[in-house]
Design a protein around this ligand. Structure first.
Ligand SMILES: Nc1ncnc2c1ncn2[C@@H]1O[C@H](COP(=O)(O)OP(=O)(O)OP(=O)(O)O)[C@@H](O)[C@H]1O
Ligand SMILES: [Mg+2]
Length: 600
């Protein structure tokens, strides 16, 4: 379907308003022609013999009032329709984008997506409100003027309008050019918005590495490219009005040439000829606007195309037809021969034939070197990505046969990068559990050992924490994220390095709280600090995407050549003296691990 027609479909719900706007435009057109018509009595009656003065003067006022009202209503309503279409499109795009898969977001930047929602949509708004309004209103006015001219002298009207078709060809060619350049311009804008978003989000690193100049140069190069592309559109647009004017000049000259004879032979009165010429002059305004309509429409089409491309991108994890609502986890979660690679372009297997079973209520720890595939593995459970081989089953049901909603309702997650929103502490904890009362929020905060620091904030639970929680420390952010997962109270809990930013003391406290909470639920815990995974019911050791070992802490350490043992030993030896001493001092390193590892 042509993007323009699709755009019109989005305006369809507002056809009632459009009909009223059309009525108003009709009034405007009739009044415009009426104004030109009034020239005739002025020249034929009022000026020579001072007759009909009263009604002509009244008519002039009435016509201007009608024209003004028509124009006001039309432009108000057209803007209203444009703004409504824009609002609907933005809403649609926002939910559409948000629904896309994790892979979609990995390929696109926030700045780019923002630019689509903001800039491309405003282009469209401009088109719907102004261009389509102009197109309708000015075409009607043109028809009115032309009607008047034909009414006086059809031959004369034909003579002065012969030039009109000549102008159509350059208009069409110019339109094509405008469309191409607009697309480029929107792409440059997207790029610019991406650069700005990235630089602002990373402002600390930019400063710490002294890269302000580098970023500014990159940005100004982009801004310059945008400027040049925009000027190409402008030069195409600016050539149109003079072109139309030139054509009008030829028309008037032809009319004079021919009209003088007509008056001489008394086929036209002076008033009629003046009125004819006035209609011609008045035609210039609408014609000038119309000459730009095509170019403006092409701009809108270019933007609409980009919008619809995005809306036609479907990467969302969709429910299979007949997908069932997943019953609350009762028995086990099973990874059966799960393989995974990220995209078709990059078929490097990140997970290879991963198989294990977790009985409900147990805690599994996943350990392995950085890049082993731990985060990838847990991301498969809420179906951020679908497995590319094998299956994940909950109580025997393949996750892909369950509805995404019912699956995710059972999962609480603390991700490796803490994600908080620019809102109050309470709202961040209650995110996703909107009905939770203050007491429940506080209980969750206490369990996550966040209550203490929240009480010291200026407005307590009502303190706003800034974008991405910037006003909090890393550990405080993590505790809020943990509280949020706890408040949701899900049967399945996924903690990806959830306590990595906490000091040993807080970590132990939070671990205790988590241990209590994890008693009744099934949990997947990823941790680099092996001290946090010691109490797991099973430890899965991943190496380059493959399961190397599964077992309890003691079992794994007891194995000869154990990968886990090696990891553990490394960590014990690397632990800085100060840390170890502090732990000893507090009696918080209870196990003489080093020796045990050496035994193994
Ligand atoms: N969105 C992605 N697209 C393509 N490859 C990815 C993507 N995310 C991760 N990878 C790759 O997958 C591999 C495993 O990454 P993953 O994040 O699962 O590691 P991890 O075990 O969680 O590491 P860490 O302990 O550092 O968090 C890495 O080699 C990484 O390059
Ligand atoms: Mg990870």
């Amino acid at each position: 379907m042509h993007p323009f027609l699709r755009l019109l479909r989005h305006a369809a719900p507002y056809r009632g308003r459009l009909a009223i706007a059309l009525g108003a435009m009709g009034i405007y057109a009739v009044a415009s022609a009426g104004l030109a018509y009034l020239i005739k009595p002025i020249f034929d009656s009022v000026l020579p013999n001072r007759s009909a003065l009263g009604w002509v003067a009244t008519a002039i006022v009435v016509v201007y009032v009608a024209k003004g009202l028509g124009s006001f209503c039309a432009s108000y309503l057209m803007t209203d329709i444009g703004q409504r279409v824009v609002r609907d499109l933005r809403e649609l795009m926002f939910s559409h984008i948000l629904g896309q898969s994790a892979g979609f977001f990995a390929r696109r930047s926030t700045g780019q997506l923002m630019s689509r929602i903001m800039n491309d949509v405003s282009q469209v708004q401009h088109a719907v409100s102004e261009t389509i309004g102009d197109l309708l209103q000015e075409s009607l006015a043109l028809v009115g003027y032309a009607g008047l001219m034909f009414y006086y002298d059809a031959r004369l009207a034909l003579v002065v309008m012969t030039g009109a078709p000549v102008v159509v060809y350059p208009l069409v060619r110019l339109g094509q050019r405008v469309r191409r350049t607009t697309r480029r311009s929107q792409e440059e804008m997207e790029h610019l918005s991406h650069m700005a978003a990235e630089a602002f989000a990373g402002h600390r690193i930019v400063k710490a590495f002294g890269a302000e100049g580098h970023e500014s140069r990159r940005f100004s190069a982009g801004a310059d490219r945008l400027y040049r592309t925009n000027m190409k559109v402008t030069s195409a647009l600016a050539v149109l009005p003079p072109l139309m004017e030139l054509l009008g000049g030829f028309g008037i000259a032809a009319a004079l040439w021919y009209g003088a004879d007509q008056i001489a032979s008394a086929r036209l009165t002076t008033g009629e000829f003046s009125s004819f010429i006035a209609a011609m002059f008045l035609m210039y305004g609408p014609a000038k606007k119309l000459s730009r309509v095509n170019a403006n429409l092409q701009q809108a089409i270019a933007a609409a195309q980009r919008i619809f491309e995005l809306l036609d991108t479907h990467t969302e994890v969709q429910d299979r037809p007949g997908a069932i609502a997943l019953a609350p986890l009762g028995h086990r979660i099973e990874f059966a021969d799960v393989s995974f690679h990220y995209s078709d372009g990059d078929r490097r297997e990140i997970l290879r034939r991963v198989s294990f079973t977790v009985p409900a209520g147990q805690m599994v720890a996943i350990v392995g070197l950085s890049g082993a595939g731990k985060t990838t593995l847990v991301n498969l459970i809420p179906r951020f990505y679908d497995v590319t081989g094998g299956a994940i089953l909950i109580d025997g049901v393949d996750l892909r046969d369950a509805t995404v909603r019912s699956l995710r309702a059972q999962i609480g997650m603390v991700t490796q990068e803490t994600v908080l929103f620019d809102d109050t502490v309470a709202a961040n904890i209650a995110y996703g559990s909107l009905n939770a009362g203050r007491e429940a929020v506080e209980a969750a905060a206490r369990a996550a050992h966040a209550h203490e620091f929240i009480s010291t904030l200026p407005q307590g639970y009502e303190t706003r924490i800034g974008e991405r929680g910037q006003r909090l420390s890393g550990g405080q952010r993590q505790r809020l994220a943990i509280a949020r997962a706890l408040l949701k109270n899900p049967p399945i809990l996924i903690l990806d390095e959830a306590t990595s930013s906490l000091d040993a003391e807080s970590e132990r406290l939070v671990q205790d709280a988590l241990a209590r909470l994890m008693m009744s639920r099934t949990s997947f815990v990823i941790a680099h600090r092996l001290s946090t995974v010691r109490r797991a019911d099973a430890i899965i050791v991943l190496e380059k995407g493959e399961v190397k070992e599964i077992g309890r802490h003691d079992e794994l350490l007891a194995r000869p050549d154990s990968v886990y043992g090696r990891l553990y030993a490394l960590q014990m030896f690397e632990r800085p003296e100060g840390d170890a001493a502090a732990n000893d001092g507090n009696g918080r390193t209870p196990e003489p691990v080093g020796e045990r590892v050496r035994e193994g």
